[in-house]
Design a binder for this molecule. Structure first.
Ligand code: SAH
Ligand code: DHB
Ligand code: MG
Length: 221
C-alpha cells in the first residue's frame, strides 16, 4: 500500500517536472531488453543528479557503477561546456549496453566507460593523474563504499561534490549487527564520512518508486 503511494507520487512528480527524454527512455528500454537489473536511479533522482551537476558547474564528472548508462546520461546532461564524464563498470556486458545507450544519446565523445573492478580502475585513474573531478557519484557494489570514498577523496579538490546512492536500504543501515556485506560497507562509509575532516556531509532518506533508500551528499572542503 505504502509502496503504491510512493510510486504514484513519483509518477506524479515525474509527469509534471521531468519531461520525457527520448535517449533516456530508449536507454531504459534497451537496458531492460538486455536483461540488466532495474537498479538505475529513478527519473526524479536522475534529474536531481543533473541539477546538482549544473549547480556545481561541473566540467569533470566521475561515476562509479554505470549499469546501462542511465544515470550517466542524466549526469552528462548537467555538464558545462566541453565537460566530460568517466564512468566505471566491472561487468563488460553492462558496459557494452551503456556504450550503445550513451552513443545513441549523442554522448560518445563526452563519456568514457572504463571496464574493470572499480578499485583497479580508480587506482589507475590516480596513477594517470586524472581529476580532480567536480562531482563524483558512487553507485556500484555497496560493500566497497568506504574504499570508493577513499579514492573519491584522492580524486577531489575543494568544492568537489561526492554523492552516494543506496545508503539506507529500507532501514538496514541502522542494524549494527548486520553481517550483510552491503550494509557493513554502507556503515563503514558513514563512519568514514563522520571521521573525515576534509568533508562536510549529510544523508537524506528517500521514498519513491525504488522503495525506502537514501543518498549521501558530501562537500569536499
Ligand atoms: N548508476 C547506475 C546504476 C548502477 S547499478 C544508474 O543509476 O543508472 C550498480 C552497477 O555497479 C552494476 O552495473 C554493477 O555491475 C556495477 N558494479 C558492481 N561491482 C562493481 C565493481 N567492483 N566495480 C565496478 N562496478 C561494479
Ligand atoms: C539496487 C538498487 C540500486 O540503486 C543499486 O545501485 C544497486 C542495487 C537494488 O535495488 O538492489
Ligand atoms: Mg543505486
Amino acid at each position: 500500500m505504502v509502496q503504491e503511494l510512493w510510486t504514484a507520487i513519483d509518477d506524479y512528480i515525474t509527469a509534471l517536472l521531468v519531461p520525457p527524454d527520448a535517449p533516456l527512455q530508449v536507454a531504459l528500454e534497451a537496458s531492460a531488453k538486455a536483461g540488466l537489473p532495474p537498479h538505475q536511479v529513478s527519473p526524479s533522482q536522475g534529474k536531481l543528479l543533473q541539477l546538482l551537476a549544473r549547480l556545481r558547474g561541473a566540467q569533470n564528472i566521475l561515476e562509479i557503477g554505470t549499469l546501462g548508462g542511465y544515470s550517466t546520461i542524466w549526469l552528462a546532461g548537467g555538464l558545462s561546456e566541453r565537460g566530460r564524464v568517466v564512468t566505471l563498470e566491472s561487468d563488460a556486458g553492462h558496459a557494452e549496453v551503456a556504450r550503445t545507450n550513451i552513443a545513441r544519446a549523442g554522448l560518445a565523445e563526452v563519456v568514457e566507460v572504463r571496464v574493470g573492478p572499480a578499485l583497479d580502475t580508480l587506482s589507475r585513474l590516480v596513477q594517470e593523474g586524472a581529476g580532480p573531478f567536480d562531482l563524483i557519484f558512487i553507485d556500484a557494489d555497496k560493500a566497497n563504499n568506504d574504499r570508493y570514498f577513499h579514492w573519491a577523496l584522492e580524486l577531489s579538490e575543494t568544492g568537489t561534490l561526492i554523492i552516494a546512492d543506496n545508503v539506507v536500504r529500507s532501514g538496514a543501515i541502522v542494524d549494527d549487527a548486520s553481517t550483510d556485506p552491503s550494509v557493513m560497507g554502507a556503515r563503514r562509509f558513514m563512519e568514514a564520512l563522520a571521521a573525515e575532516p576534509r568533508v562536510s556531509a549529510t544523508a537524506l532518506q528517500t521514498v519513491g518508486a525504488k522503495g525506502h533508500d537514501g543518498f549521501v551528499v558530501a562537500l569536499v572542503l
